[in-house]
Write a protein that binds this ligand. Sequence first.
Ligand SMILES: Nc1ncnc2c1ncn2[C@@H]1O[C@H](COP(=O)(O)OP(=O)(O)OP(=O)(O)O)[C@@H](O)[C@H]1O
Ligand SMILES: [Mg+2]
Length: 216
Amino acid sequence: METVNTKSQKSETQSAFDDVTTKRVVGMWNRTLLPERHKSAAKEVYDQADRDSMWFVTLEYLTNRVCNKGSIFILTGKRGVGKTQMAACLARLVCLGQRDAHYLRAADLYLCIKSTFDGDGSETGLINQWSVKPTGSNNGCQLLIIDELHDRSGSNWEDRILNQIVDRRYGNCLDTVLITNETRPNIAKTIGPSIVSRADETGGIIECLWDSFRSP
Ligand SMILES: Nc1ncnc2c1ncn2[C@@H]1O[C@H](COP(=O)(O)OP(=O)(O)OP(=O)(O)O)[C@@H](O)[C@H]1O
Ligand SMILES: [Mg+2]
């Protein structure tokens, strides 16, 4: 009788724990701000991807290295090779591991920061939100994905903001994935030597050289 009670207590505790965990993971996934297209396709694309394809091998490579060490990866390649989708699949795996992941297009990042200029927020507050180590009271952002980095004017202000966020994340051992369509030789020029140097140390530039998934 006692054994039965203990067992059922254990299973109740376990299922309560599982419920909390599931809610936590779903909450994290809902807060990623990923584009709906890539978010809704993430599970299916991941499950059905050819395990030997360069796309999947690259995703696995990233998954194994994005683990709270302040890694910086620069993902580059032509249009349609699945960079954003790969980032969405990576974010899903990070959330399943109960860590927060956030997605931002570069242009939206700058728009968010500019919106603080009207006095309804602070630039530093936003930069902190994207680069401060999570604590008990703050979810933080274990993985930050900044997409469409080619879509910037490249002004000094934009460069300075990007450097601040990426350097603070590097310092705080938070992982960052930067995505651009730029060719490798142009990356140091446009993303800047400071970020490229940190990426060389912790992650690297990954070129997606396979065919577009959008090709007929
Ligand atoms: N491994 C995959 N298997 C099947 N479909 C995929 C895969 N990766 C991406 N796709 C699909 O291909 C399309 C293009 O992918 P995605 O938008 O990620 O490309 P991209 O490299 O980010 O392109 P762009 O540079 O134009 O932003 C999307 O509809 C996406 O869901
Ligand atoms: Mg994309």
